[in-house]
Design a protein around this ligand. Structure first.
Ligand code: TMP
Length: 214
């Protein structure tokens, strides 16, 4: 029996180290699913479509009103769902998104203090019936995330934010993980890459098994 299409998201504050693990999970899933003729589509937000990638440049570089920022994040998402996520899931493919709506709650809601009611309205508007089946939340203490960011490339608008912003963003992620425990898996991202991979392997295998059961 063919495993049912699944939608997986990766979340965490900047510097939490999620990117290292996305390619690993995608490759592992693709190996497991190719015998069923299923493709694994990897995408990201903001981005995921030509329009989304153009808007990503603006969102990551330009200062703007916090509501403009939230509306643009959801505009990118609307296009992403229409062009990529919905068609892929309808074909039976699996979709991995590097960030989804939890990031809007965490960054615009937590970090920038935009009312969660407004974000709930946008979520209801843009994807009333779609949620990730599984969300990996890569969690690290703020000082670890900061050190990782400072050791890397040029920082974008969000990455230049202060400690308070990231503390509030992280708290909102953790609050959502507690609110939706069936969907969220919190990964302690201070662990070694090998240990995290072992944990991811188990979670992925369990998800595939669950997808096969009628
Ligand atoms: P990335 O660096 O992980 O690709 O993410 C881009 C930035 O965009 C990251 O700092 C988080 C931010 N972001 C939001 O503020 N709200 C959102 O809804 C999304 C998807 C991302």
């Amino acid at each position: 029996m063919k495993p049912k299409a699944k939608f997986i998201s990766f979340e965490g504050i900047d510097g939490a180290g999620k990117s290292t693990h996305i390619a690993y999970v995608a490759e592992r899933l693709q190996t497991a699913l190719k015998t069923y003729g299923i493709n694994v589509i990897c995408s990201r937000e903001p981005g995921g479509t030509p329009l989304g990638e153009t808007l990503r440049e603006l969102l990551l570089q330009q200062k703007m009103h916090l509501e403009t920022e939230a509306l643009l994040m959801f505009a990118v998402r609307r296009e992403h769902i229409a062009q990529l996520i919905d068609p892929a899931l309808a074909r039976g493919d699996w979709v991995i998104s590097d960030r989804f709506t939890d990031a809007s709650f965490a960054y615009q809601g937590g970090g920038r203090h935009l009312s969660l009611d407004k974000l709930n309205i946008l979520e209801q508007w843009v994807h009333p019936d779609l949620q990730p089946d599984l969300t990996f939340l890569f969690d690290v203490p703020l000082d670890v995330a900061r050190a990782r960011l400072d050791a890397t490339r040029q920082l974008d608008k969000f990455e230049q934010e202060k400690a308070d912003f990231f503390a509030d963003t992280r708290n909102e992620y953790l609050r959502r993980a507690a609110e939706f425990p069936d969907r969220f898996c919190i990964i302690d991202s201070t662990q070694s890459i090998a240990t995290i991979r072992q944990e991811l392997d188990k979670l992925i295998d369990a998800l595939i098994q669950k997808a096969i059961v009628p």
